[in-house]
Design a binder for this molecule. Structure first.
Ligand SMILES: [Zn+2]
Length: 96
């Protein structure tokens, strides 16, 4: 992993982890322009930490949407079963 980071740091078009963190919300909400989105995708593909960060953010926002309203979109098909169980458990805890 050390070598990937070393390569990334030498690529001028590569975003830093800090930039990914800053633009995460715009990315998730589809507000990034295509080039910025491409750079974000590229970083996510190469950086495990930011990949996990994005995944955790998406989980959190999906969870929030579930709790906020019954009319929210259904959960994406690619959610792992244990995550769905966690969301269901959280909803039950919330309504109890
Ligand atoms: Zn990163």
């Amino acid at each position: 992993m050390k070598t990937i980071k070393a390569v990334m740091s030498r690529m001028p078009m590569m975003m830093t982890c800090g930039e990914v963190e800053e633009t995460l919300l715009d990315y998730v909400e589809g507000r990034l322009e295509p080039y910025a989105r491409w750079k974000f995708d590229l970083h996510i593909k190469m950086c495990r930490e930011c990949f996990d960060y994005l995944a955790a953010y998406k989980k959190a926002s999906a969870l929030g949407g579930e709790i906020l309203g019954p009319s929210s979109a259904p959960a994406p098909d690619d959610l792992p079963d244990d995550l769905i169980d966690a969301i269901v458990a959280a909803r039950e805890a919330e309504t109890r």
